[in-house]
Design a protein around this ligand. Structure first.
Ligand code: GUN
Ligand code: ZN
Length: 669
């Protein structure tokens, strides 16, 4: 089964996969349909895929007969994709069931299910390690057996391992060998019932480390919309919900930020059909069955609405903002978010390098987002151009434009405005940076690069941000002999160890030349030394064309030959023929490289898209939206382009597009 990624944010994927009964878009919710007593028609809520239980069908003579004769789609009256569970859950509740793994796979195939499940053993959280290990060996054996027994059936292979994170990762790696179609993460219902979201994050993230990127993952038994955003950000693509009925039976309304009890309501809680067509009093006066059906409808409406909202957030690049919002609705969800910070390297590997939307800081947890860790990493590519550093407070963005004007008016050296590390000197020649939340240090030349120009944070600072900025200033200042810090920064971030300078200082114009700006951006984007490799050291030779409307750099030439262009949306440099050749010469392999097979060389040379199946290898550092160099196995340059995926995805996918390619002219020169 082919899974195709359309949009990405954090570890989340909007993707599609095809089954014999239709196309399924992820992330998605599979309502649980009871094969014998379903009363709600889930089609009306936009369900593309549902889940039902093959063991319940198997155990009931009437259902079994009908399912074998007419098929499961007819039985539950659902024309779309049907996934069936195997009875593992019954196994975990009753301790024993009367069907074996091979039989249950064959039965699911016989009733025409689209996606079947082997008889995994859901090991509860916090059991003894020995128990988890023993169960796990059986789960893995059965996953292998299922992959051999199935013929046309698409297959679920469930990750188990209880709360032992190493066992989760081990299991995920083992079952990935058997070529299943979807990888559910099992036995997490008790964790969610206990609100152990931090442990849930551990279990999911370790499972993800072992799972391939090219298959959908299903968080089994997760049906409350308040966990969807967090789970999607961790790479979960599918959810199943029996909760919409179970909660309704207890007069509970699910909301994306928690659960409401009918008895406490004076108003209907949302704007769905049920909530707008009925009053609280009406519901209270209904008989239980009728009421439960309506509340179940509300629960489905709300759950699908949350899925839609998450998809929009992925497209907009705002998923982590939504996750932070959702996780603030319960202290234990907040634990989950905070635990997720321990996995920021995992998250960064799959997060696109540029996005459509601005970075909104919603609390100190935002400092753990990939955009921040990536900036802290990339800023190390810049080499000091002076032994002096001046650190200025933020102004409006882009900083360089505003710092310049204010600097001359307000930061006049006539009043004591600056602190230094004791070495008073002539600061006429200095590197100038801004210190600001959430990115720490921003050299002036980078002030238009994503996301350094596209972010907002509150003006009233929290302690964690202050601490973070102090740390960033400390680290950055180490590269300089003399450091001058504006008094606003000293006071805003409670910085010690710098002394007020009373005397007059000779200060530079807070300005950066277009040439220096280009070189900084190139170093930051492509790696140390790339600026010099692309543009040399003689600014006279380089012609820079700017947009008349925005004043931003657009095109860069040397002797009428185009080196790079600047993307207006995010300030990224896009390589032209000369730029690609120069970077290819300068940066040693594997930097920026996507190595393609011999078969695809002629296509790459013509500027045709590179497909994942033709990629032999690629630089681990590549992320979605990054510029890349397309080469053959002898590192001959073939073309350049923009990556549509992260290196980790390119390595796992065998289908779909990897690179949007651009042809390079006159390659042999
Ligand atoms: N439903 C909820 N949890 C599980 C699980 O761990 N395995 C299976 N097969 N179904 C489940
Ligand atoms: Zn409602």
């Amino acid at each position: 089964m082919d899974f195709e990624i359309k949009y990405k944010d954090a570890m989340a994927r909007i993707g599609t996969f095809k089954t014999p009964h239709g196309t399924v878009t992820t992330p998605n919710l599979m309502p649980v349909v009871h094969p014998g007593k379903q009363t709600l028609d889930v089609k009306k809520f936009g369900a593309e895929i549902v889940i039902t239980n093959s063991y319940i069908i198997y155990k009931n003579e009437k259902l079994k007969e009908k399912a074998l004769k007419d098929g499961v789609h007819e039985l539950i009256d659902f024309p779309g994709t049907i996934e069936t569970d195997s009875g593992s859950f019954q196994l975990s509740v009753y301790g024993d069931i009367d069907i074996n793994n091979e039989e249950v796979i064959k039965f699911q195939e016989a009733i025409g299910t689209d996606i079947g499940t082997s008889l995994d053993i859901p090991t509860a959280p916090y059991v003894k390690r020995e128990e988890a290990e023993n169960d796990l060996e059986i789960t893995i054996e059965r996953a292998e057996e299922a992959s051999k027994v199935r013929k046309n059936l698409l297959l679920n292979s469930v990750v188990q391992g209880s709360t032992f994170t190493d066992l989760r990762e081990y299991c995920a790696k083992q079952i990935s060998e058997f070529d299943a179609d979807i990888y559910p993460i099992g036995a997490v219902v008790p964790l969610m019932e206990m609100y152990r979201y931090a442990d849930l994050v551990d279990v999911v993230m370790y499972s993800m480390r072992g799972l391939p990127e090219n298959k959908p993952r299903h968080l089994m038994g997760a049906g409350h919309p308040m966990v969807f955003a967090l789970a999607v950000a961790m790479g979960c693509d599918l959810f199943d919900s029996a909760a919409y009925i179970l909660y309704a039976n207890k007069d509970r309304f699910m909301m994306p930020d928690g659960t409401l009890k009918l008895e406490n309501l004076i108003e209907m809680p949302c704007s769905c059909k049920v909530c707008t067509e009925h009053t609280v009093d009406e519901l209270k006066q209904m008989n239980q069955e009728e009421r439960a059906k309506l509340i179940a409808e509300h629960n489905l409406h709300i759950s699908f609405a949350e899925i839609r909202r998450i998809r929009q957030a992925i497209v907009d690049g705002e998923l982590m903002k939504l996750v932070e919002l959702r996780c603030r609705s319960h202290p234990f969800l907040l634990d989950g978010l905070r635990r997720l910070q321990e996995y920021k390297e995992d998250m960064e590997k799959l997060t696109p390098s540029s996005k459509k939307s601005a970075f909104f800081y919603t609390g100190y947890e935002s400092l753990a987002r990939s955009e921040v860790s990536r900036h802290l990493n990339k800023i190390k590519n810049l080499e000091p151009k002076s032994k002096n550093l001046i650190i200025l407070p933020h102004t409006s963005k882009p900083y360089a434009k505003h710092v310049n004007r204010e600097y001359i008016k307000k930061y006049t050296p006539k009043i004591p405005s600056f602190y230094s590390n004791g070495k008073n000197t002539d600061y006429g020649d200095s590197d100038i940076v801004i210190a600001d939340v959430p990115f720490g240090i921003i050299p002036l030349g980078l002030d238009e690069f994503y996301p350094l120009a596209q972010n907002e944070s509150p003006t009233i600072l929290d302690e964690n941000s202050k601490q973070f900025i102090r740390q960033q200033i400390k680290e950055y200042a180490q590269n300089y002999e003399n450091v001058l810090i504006h008094r606003k920064i000293i006071s805003n971030f409670d910085i010690k160890d710098y002394d007020l300078i009373e005397e007059e200082l000779l200060l530079p114009e807070a300005k950066i030349s277009d040439f220096d700006r280009l070189k900084d951006i190139a170093d930051y984007q492509f790696g140390k030394g790339s600026g010099e490799a692309l543009f040399g050291n003689d600014s006279e030779k380089i012609k820079i064309e700017k947009s008349r409307k925005t004043g931003k750099i657009r095109h860069v030439y040397e002797n009428d030959e185009n080196i790079v262009n600047m993307r207006a949306s995010d300030g990224f440099l896009v390589l032209s023929d000369l730029g690609a050749k120069r970077l290819h010469n300068f940066l040693p392999s594997p930097n920026m490289r996507v190595v393609v097979s011999e078969d695809s060389e002629p296509f790459a040379l013509k500027g045709k898209s590179v497909f994942n199946k033709f990629v032999l290898d690629c630089d681990e550092k590549i992320r979605r939206n990054d510029e890349v160099l397309i080469v053959n196995k002898d590192d001959k340059l073939l073309a350049c382009g923009k990556s549509l995926l992260s290196s980790y995805e390119i390595k796992d996918f065998n289908t779909g597009q990897a690179i949007k390619t651009r042809k390079i002219n006159n390659l042999s020169e």
